[in-house]
Write a protein that binds this ligand. Structure first.
Ligand code: PEP
Ligand code: MG
Length: 578
């Protein structure tokens, strides 16, 4: 009998295949006393295990094709770096000698110390680091215990075509699984904005998270259908269902081939209104895809990656060289460089002194707040962006502004840097456009005031929704409240668009909402004329825009602004997307 289980679809697409279950069972570690004369042997046993763990990770790294997203290698690099860290590699040897105990026990004690430090912190990013510690420690423990690595942890083509089911997966697991050819995955835990979910989307693997009791109903080698778009898993499907989903799979392929034909075509509504369709970028290698999908520019270049996985922040020259390369690749397409947005769920390393983490990091010292507090992070980046502006059409974007005092401070620093450059005879574009992310409700309500001082605005709906709904965007327990269609959110978007229109400056949406096709028409109806989306979503958004007529959408968007409950919103959205 076919059974259907429901979770959250976090990466779309249909996969049909047999199941491989990954269970991260707790390793059974016991304490033993080691006789004095064997202590050095025990220390060596530990050191050898660390060396083997390094070799295993390097082997995995070497098997990753060059074309794979750089994030993937970065995860494994992080684990390799941890294996160089003395707190993980030297401290256990000290414990073996001091307590005369076995290597496994010493490593467990040290793991508990490291994890308890992370446990005391509220920061979501640091919690991710805790998982990394466990990942590396478990790898060493399995070597010490002479256990074979889990099947997906070594290059293994027997997993090709499988759909993986696990209670949870780390981003590192996801990377290894994709590398081993799995077609999709489903987990019992996790939220739509977890690292793992984001990775699945960027790797293009259909995925579902939060499939509760999956392990109770699904067994090794069961045949399942995973529908990542709808968040449904069908276990043991009958012939008819299988045939239906195989057809859907084929249709999907045809759909993507058809989308390819839109490359190079203009983005324009049925009533002839041209729409700007740009791309969001994180890593320099993603810039190639901007060209591939025919984006009209980069509406959001998140520069956080420049600060990650390193001990010191990049200096002005490194920033400048990076932007220079990117401008070359873009060949005259506009590039919107967002200044550093660290803090909250994003990395806090990159040379920044890790200060105390507040109990609400999303409401704490992040983005422009952090930059204004630490000019040594901010100034070199601003100088580099301003210098690079002479090389191509660059725009400078400031994240997370809450009031105009912050804006004046930023504009003051920009003015000072320009005077310095003038004094040094260094060229730059004197009309370099400066814009702000509107992602704090206070800034959206006062968008007209911000618009007065700026050349463009960009709505960061990911944060705008988080702050409007008072929910942490990485907390899956409240993710049901993350509602882009809440009239409060729509009204803030509308207020911002109107402010831009009045001030005659462009307003874009660069949050995830801009790339989710169910919202494309509503955003058009609200007055949006500039979208910046994940490159993978660009052609689908273009297809919707090119098949939309603005006049009826304006009327429906007005109704959505005044909807009183979810049922009314659903009815309006059905008409919008008809
Ligand atoms: C946003 O908040 O919508 C946004 C685009 O910025 P980020 O996701 O990087 O916070
Ligand atoms: Mg944001």
């Amino acid at each position: 009998m076919t059974i259907a289980l429901h979770g959250m679809g976090v990466s779309r697409g249909i996969a049909i295949g047999s199941v491989h279950i990954i269970e991260h069972d707790q390793l059974d570690i016991h304490e033993f006393s080691i006789p004095k004369e064997s202590i050095e042997y025990e220390v060596q046993r530990f050191e050898k295990a660390v060396t083997s763990a390094r070799q295993q990770l390097r082997a995995i790294l070497n098997h990753i094709p060059e074309t794979t997203n750089a994030d993937i290698a970065a995860f494994i690099d992080t684990h390799l770096l941890m294996l160089e860290d003395t707190s993980l590699t030297h401290e256990p040897t000290r414990l073996i000698r001091e307590l005369a105990c076995n290597a496994e026990w010493a490593l467990k004690l040290q793991r508990d110390v490291l994890v308890s430090v992370f446990d005391e912190m509220d920061d979501a990013y640091l919690r991710t680091r805790k998982d990394d510690v466990d990942y590396v420690v478990n790898r060493i423990q399995r070597i010490l215990l002479n256990q074979t690595p889990l099947r997906h942890e070594v290059p293994d083509n027997r997993l090709t075509g499988y759909i993986v089911l696990a209670n949870d997966l780390t981003p590192a697991d996801t990377v290894l699984l994709q590398h081993n050819g799995i077609t999709a995955f489903v987990t019992e835990y996790g939220g739509p904005t977890s690292h793992t979910a984001i990775l699945a989307r960027s790797l293009g693997i259909p995925a579902i998270v939060g499939l509760q009791h999956g392990l109770q109903y699904i067994h090794e080698e069961d045949l399942i259908i995973l529908d990542g778009t709808r968040g449904v898993v069908l276990v043991d499907p009958d012939k008819q269902t299988l045939a239906h989903y195989r057809r859907l799979q084929k249709d999907e392929k045809l759909h993507y081939t058809a989308l390819g034909k839109l490359k190079g075509k203009p983005t324009v509504t049925l009533d002839g209104i041209p729409i700007e369709l740009q791309a969001n970028i994180e890593l320099p290698r993603d810039f190639e895809t901007v060209i591939e999908v025919g984006a009209s520019g980069v509406g959001l270049y998140r520069t956080e990656f420049l600060f990650m996985n390193r001990d010191t922040p990049p200096d002005e020259e490194e920033h400048y060289q990076t932007y220079t390369k990117v401008i070359e690749i873009l060949h005259g397409l506009p590039l919107t460089i967002r200044t550093l947005d660290l803090g909250a769920d994003k990395q806090v390393d990159g040379g920044r002194q890790a200060g105390p983490v507040g109990s609400n990091p999303a409401l704490g010292l992040r983005a422009v707040r952090l930059c204004l507090k630490e000019p040594s992070l901010f100034r070199p980046q601003l100088r580099a962006i301003i210098r690079a502006s002479v090389l191509g059409p660059v725009r400078l974007l400031i994240p997370m502004l809450s009031n105009t005092h912050e804006l004046s401070q930023v504009l003051q620093i920009i003015a000072e840097i320009k005077s310095e450059l003038d004094a040094q005879n260094i060229p730059y574009d004197h009309r370099l456009p400066v814009g702000a992310m509107i992602e704090v409700p206070a800034a959206a309500v006062c968008a007209d005031v911000f618009a007065h001082y700026l050349d463009f605005l960009s709505l960061g709906t990911n944060d705008l929704i988080q702050y409007t709904m008072a929910i942490d965007r990485v907390n899956d327990e409240v993710s049901y409240l993350y509602d882009p269609l809440h009239p409060a959110v729509l009204r803030l978007i509308h207020i911002t668009l109107q402010a831009g229109e009045k001030a005659n400056i462009p307003v874009a949406v660069c949050g995830e909402m801009a790339g989710e096709t169910q919202y494309t028409r509503l955003l058009l109806g609200l007055g949006l004329r500039e979208f910046s989306v994940h490159p993978a979503a660009l052609l689908e958004v273009k297809q919707i825009i090119n098949n939309s007529e603005l006049a009826p959408l304006k009327r429906l968007a007005q109704m959505a602004l005044n909807a009183r409950n979810g049922i009314e919103v659903a009815e309006i959205m059905a008409a919008v997307n008809k």
